[in-house]
Design a protein around this ligand. Structure first.
Ligand SMILES: Nc1nc2c(ncn2[C@@H]2O[C@H](COP(=O)(O)OP(=O)(O)O)[C@@H](O)[C@H]2O)c(=O)[nH]1
Ligand SMILES: [Mg+2]
Length: 462
């Protein structure tokens, strides 16, 4: 923080981010509370637990930093060096660290950080690795990827995979004591030279700047030193140099001070978003047949109402009323919230369906020579010949109206599933707010495009 003014502003903004994220998570949790108890499946229960622990993390401003890398790059050693104590076992043999494990670090006595140590990415295979990585990454607010020496193809690939997680990442070059000639810039260039033309390469290049490459020696090799005593005797002794870890400690503290709270907020919201989507999805699946029956019933109501109703404008108004009733009934059936936002989006769907109804009126009016209204006016004058025209046009309009109700029903289901997170205090809405506030110089701003992968659907799918 070079100037105090922006620092003050960004600090206020970061507090706001945390407040909004908390409110959003509380809203999600209350949605779960509304979901019928007893019908919460084990997977929903685990979402619920995640939400609760994420909320607790937000309340305490508690960060998680996960360390990844191949075996023996010094992952455990780096974490030990960070806390300044040998808490985690390290060693030259494979498999010293078998399970993810976390230790607590408080660099300034205020900020609390859980450092999560993991086994080497090459020590566990396939599915187990992917699962372990996904689980640890999900919790992490920041990832440290440890390398030592040249970056291998497997390391590069793992980096690209981790990049998909949309988390900030520091590339830590450890064992700098063994590679005294290495420089931040050359490591960065090597990384770039490994990159191909595909999307994940591009993403990695965008995320990592040379500024996010840090050189450390977590556990330097002992050096043999010659000691000369005053009496003239000479002796060789092994002396262990102190770890060089300050650059990493500084970088982490800098990053957390600058954007830690926004990161924490976004991370919580991303988890809330997937929990909300799961809740909506499982509810929709559970209620599928009942919902379909409901939509079909309303489609019929609407078709009949429109077909028998003589006045064009009443068709449209009546149609909208039926649509609104359908939306309400569906929301009630699913026990899901229907916010103003979703309603307004759905209304545009309804207007679309009404427009097609009006077009239908126009078209049938043209086809039958007279519109339904015109046909009625004529038939009231006992022009019996016009009656087939009236019912013919009515049937077509009724079919269109019925189809419209069907579409509105489908749109409602989609919005209930996706729209929750875009409603007021919805996870996506708050993520958007945070991204709008965040400074261009932050890592978050480089993650912007991936944090909101699905923009608001402009039109309900037909
Ligand atoms: N020379 C040197 N050796 C290191 C450094 N950091 C770790 N090591 C050694 O590398 C080996 C593997 O370390 P460890 O932390 O267990 O690696 P991990 O498998 O990635 O957790 C140990 O023997 C450490 O002493 C370093 O900065 N310099
Ligand atoms: Mg280890």
């Amino acid at each position: 923080m070079s100037t105090s003014e922006p620092a003050k502003n960004s600090s206020a903004a970061a507090s706001l981010d945390l407040d909004r994220a908390r409110a959003s998570l509380q809203q999600s949790l209350s949605r779960y509370a509304v979901a019928k108890v007893g019908e919460i499946s084990p997977s929903l229960q685990s979402d619920l637990d995640t939400l609760a622990s994420t909320l607790a993390k937000l309340e305490q401003t508690n960060y998680s930093i996960a360390v990844f890398g191949l075996v023996s790059r010094g992952k455990s050693a780096v974490l030990n060096a960070l806390v300044g104590e040998k808490v985690l076992e390290t060693g030259p043999l494979n498999g010293v660290t078998r399970f993810p494990r976390s230790i607590r670090w408080s660099p300034d006595g205020i900020v609390q950080i859980d450092l999560i140590d993991t086994p080497g990415l090459d020590e566990i295979d396939g599915d187990a690795r992917a699962q372990m990585a996904a689980e640890v990454v999900r919790q992490a607010d920041l990832i440290l990827f440890i390398i030592a020496g040249d970056i291998t193809q497997l390391e590069y690939q793992s980096l690209c995979e981790l990049r998909q997680a949309q988390k900030p990442l520091l590339l830590v070059f450890n064992k700098a004591d063994l590679y005294p000639a290495q420089e931040q810039q050359t490591i960065y260039q090597q990384l770039q030279s490994l990159s191909g033309n595909n999307v994940s390469d591009e993403l990695l290049q965008r995320l990592l700047s040379a500024d996010e490459v840090v050189m450390v020696s977590a556990d330097p090799t002992p050096l043999q030193v010659r000691i000369e005593y005053p009496d003239g005797t000479k002796k060789f002794e092994w002396e262990k140099p102190a770890p060089q870890i300050a650059p990493l400690q500084q970088k982490i503290q800098e990053l957390l001070a600058r954007e830690g709270r926004s990161l924490l907020a976004i991370n919580a919201l991303v988890q809330a978003r997937s929990a909300e989507a799961n809740l909506a999805k499982s509810t929709l699946t559970r209620m599928q047949s009942e919902a379909n029956a409901l939509v079909w019933k309303f489609a019929q109501y609407k078709a009949i109402a429109v077909a028998v109703n003589p006045v064009a404008i009443f068709d449209v108004l009546g149609g909208i009323c039926v649509d609104l009733l359908l939306i309400r009934s569906l929301a009630k059936l699913y026990n899901l919230p229907m916010t103003k936002y979703e309603l307004s989006k759905l209304l545009s769907g309804i207007v679309f369906s009404s427009a097609s109804l009006l077009l239908g009126e126009l078209a049938t009016g043209v086809v039958f020579g007279v519109g339904k209204t015109a046909a009625l006016l004529i038939s009231s004058g006992v022009h019996w010949a016009a009656i087939p025209g009236y019912f013919g046009a009515g049937a077509i309009q009724g079919a269109i109206a019925g189809y419209g109700a069907y579409m509105v029903g489908k749109a409602t289901q989609t919005y209930l599933e996706q729209g929750c997170s875009w409603g007021q205090l919805g996870a996506n809405t708050v993520i958007q707010e945070i991204l709008d506030r965040v400074d261009d110089a932050t890592i978050i701003s480089r993650l912007r495009d991936e944090l909101l992968p699905t923009p608001t659907p402009e039109h309900p799918p037909g």
